[in-house]
Design a protein around this ligand. Structure first.
Ligand SMILES: [Zn+2]
Ligand SMILES: [Zn+2]
Length: 180
């Protein structure tokens, strides 16, 4: 039986199901830069800043959020530049793209492999829960279905602590308001 630790083959196994050892932001940034340079891509100052924002953010930013954050440093940078850099990172397996029907695409530059997320349905916060063992579940799924597993997606939806507090403060005082 195929082990979860060995994705089918490296050309298709863009997603590494086994999380790498946790690295610091600097290490992670250096690793991405080296990888891009080794595959023949130029690291322009704009591109470097996009990588830095991605790696330093724990908030799974959207392309627009990255663009806004860098707007003051690079007033002439276009949103297309951010999208192109994200597309390149995706192609090189250095970013995890999360598509949401209501939140658009969000990006994780720290953990470019599949991992669970906790999502606030009110403010759109996307958070990484503490690491827990998905390998056992994956092995069980492989055993029970006979599938080979390439990737997975596990999302938990709810209200973040800030939005829970907000909803307590601004709870509707009456539902009769406006009705006669
Ligand atoms: Zn929230
Ligand atoms: Zn994440």
């Amino acid at each position: 039986m195929r082990s979860v630790r060995n994705p089918p083959d490296s050309s298709r196994g863009r997603f590494n199901l086994s999380p790498a050892v946790t690295t610091t932001e600097d290490d992670r940034l250096r690793k991405i830069v080296n990888h891009l340079q080794e595959s023949g891509h130029r690291i322009t100052p704009q591109r470097y800043s996009i990588l830095k924002v991605l790696v330093e953010s724990r908030e799974h930013p959207s392309a627009e959020a990255i663009y806004r954050e860098l707007g003051t440093i690079f007033p002439t940078m276009s949103l297309a530049t951010v999208y192109k850099t994200l597309a390149l990172l995706k192609q090189e397996g250095e970013v995890l793209e999360l598509g949401f029907s209501d939140l658009g695409n969000r990006y994780d530059g720290n953990k470019p492999y599949p991992h669970p997320h906790v999502i606030c349905t009110d403010c759109g916060a996307v958070v990484d829960p503490p690491q827990f063992d998905l390998e056992k579940i994956t092995r069980e799924i492989i055993r029970a279905t006979g599938f080979t597993i390439m990737t997975h997606r596990l999302d938990f939806y709810g209200l973040c602590p800030a939005c829970q507090e907000k909803s307590q403060h601004f709870a509707p005082t009456t539902d009769k308001q406006g009705s006669t």
